[in-house]
Design a protein around this ligand. Structure first.
Ligand SMILES: Nc1nc2c(c(=O)[nH]1)N[C@H]1C(S)=C(S)[C@@H](COP(=O)(O)O)O[C@H]1N2
Ligand SMILES: [Mo]
Length: 327
C-alpha cells in the first residue's frame, strides 16, 4: 500500500495511507496547539531553532510534535533542515540565484491574500487564505522535492489536498485541467521587472484527475510554520511526483478549463519543459541526464526514482500514456 509519513505521533512510525487519510481531524487539533507555538516563536527568537532541532524548553510545545530532528521520509531519508529549505530556492520572480531569493523576498507582503477560484465550476469564489486554512484540515506531508535541475530535498509541508477545494467549488463535467497563476507584481518582484524573457505571471497546470490525487496539496506552511515568501507564501502547489517547477508559488488564481494550460516553462522552452513533467529517471532533459540527483546536504549523488518514489500512488494516472512523448 501507499505509504506517506506524517507527524510523529507518538514515534517515528511510518504511516500507511489509510491512516494518514483518516488522521485529519486529529491534525486539526494539532493545528491549534501549533498556533500557540508559532506565537511563542514570534516572542522568543531562540525558538526559531525549534523546527530544525526538535528541541525546545518551552512549556508551549504542543503535545503533538510535528517534523523534528530524527524524522525521515517514508524511505528512511532525513528531512532537510529549515535553513536549507528556506535558503536555496527557485523563485525567478525574485532572482535566478537560488541563494539570493531569501534575501530579496524578505518582507514581501503575503497577507492579506486572496485566491480566485473560477472558470468551469459551479461555485466560483474568491477566498482569503486565512479562510482556506480554517475551511480545511491542515495536514503535515513529508515529501521529496526533485528539481528538474537534479537537486532534491525532503520537506515537511503543511497544507490541504486540492481535492478538498475542488469539492467546494465543484468542477463542471467539461473541466479537464486546472490552470494556476502566481501573483503579477513587477513593482514588488524584481525578476518580473527585469526579465522580459519570461511571460509573467508564472503559470502552471494539472489535469483534473492529477489534482484529485490525494498526494496533490496546496501548501501553506512547512516545519509547522507559515510559509516564508521564498517558498511561495502564503499558498503554493505541491505535487511531489513532478519536477519542482510544477509546484507553482504564491498562487492568486485557479481556473478550471477545457484546454491544456501553457505553463511559463512550456512557453519559454517547450522542448525542455513539458506539461506533465513527471519525475522520470529514464527520460533525460535535453541538456542533462535525469538518472541521478544531488540531495541538498549530501555528498555524491543518488538514483532518481520513477515518479520521485511515488509510483504506487500515481502510476494509474498515466496508464497508456507515452511518457517519452508526454514529458
Ligand atoms: N512562481 C514560481 N513558482 C515556482 C518557481 C518560480 O520561479 N516561480 N520555481 C519552481 C521551481 S523550478 C522549483 S524547483 C520549486 C522550488 O521550491 P522551493 O524554493 O520552495 O524549494 O518552486 C517552483 N515554483
Ligand atoms: Mo526546479
Amino acid at each position: 500500500m501507499a505509504r506517506i509519513q506524517i507527524p510523529k505521533i507518538p514515534s517515528s512510525e511510518i504511516t500507511p495511507e489509510h491512516v494518514y487519510l483518516n488522521r485529519r481531524s486529529l491534525m486539526k487539533g494539532a493545528g491549534l496547539a501549533l498556533g500557540a507555538a508559532a506565537l511563542a516563536a514570534c516572542r522568543m527568537p531562540e525558538m526559531e531553532e525549534v523546527a530544525g532541532s526538535g528541541e525546545t524548553e518551552s512549556a508551549d510545545q504542543p503535545e503533538t510534535t510535528l517534523a523534528e530532528a530524527g524524522t525521515t521520509d517514508e524511505l528512511g531519508d532525513p528531512l532537510n533542515t529549515f535553513d536549507q529549505i528556506t535558503n536555496y530556492n527557485n523563485y525567478y520572480e525574485f532572482s535566478t540565484d537560488k541563494q539570493a531569493v531569501a534575501r530579496l523576498a524578505e518582507g514581501y507582503p503575503t497577507s492579506p491574500w486572496t485566491v480566485e477560484v473560477g472558470g468551469l465550476v459551479n461555485n466560483p469564489g474568491t477566498y482569503d487564505v486565512d479562510d482556506l486554512r480554517k475551511m480545511f484540515d491542515i495536514e503535515e506531508r513529508i515529501y521529496r522535492l526533485r528539481c528538474v535541475e537534479a537537486w532534491s530535498m525532503v520537506i515537511p509541508w503543511m497544507g490541504f489536498p486540492i481535492s478538498d477545494l475542488l469539492a467546494v467549488v465543484e468542477p463542471k463535467s467539461e473541466a479537464q485541467y486546472l490552470r494556476f497563476e502566481t501573483i503579477l507584481d513587477p513593482e514588488g518582484m524584481p525578476g518580473q521587472r527585469n526579465s522580459s524573457f519570461y511571460e509573467w505571471p508564472y503559470v502552471e497546470g494539472l489535469r483534473v484527475d492529477e489534482a484529485m490525487n490525494p498526494l496533490a496539496i496546496l501548501g501553506t506552511g512547512l516545519y509547522g510554520k507559515d510559509l516564508l515568501p521564498q517558498n511561495g507564501a502564503p499558498i503554493r502547489l505541491v505535487v511531489p511526483w513532478k519536477y519542482g517547477f510544477k509546484s507553482i508559488k504564491s498562487i492568486v488564481k485557479i481556473e478550471l478549463v477545457t484546454e491544456q494550460p501553457t505553463s511559463l516553462w512550456m512557453a519559454a522552452a517547450g522542448h525542455e519543459y513539458g506539461f506533465y513533467a513527471n519525475v522520470n529517471p529514464t527520460v533525460n532533459h535535453p541538456r542533462w541526464s535525469q538518472a541521478t540527483e544531488r540531495r541538498i546536504g549530501e555528498r555524491g549523488r543518488r538514483e532518481t526514482l520513477m515518479f520521485n518514489g511515488y509510483e504506487e500512488q500515481v502510476a494509474y494516472l498515466y496508464e497508456g500514456l507515452d511518457l517519452v512523448v508526454n514529458y
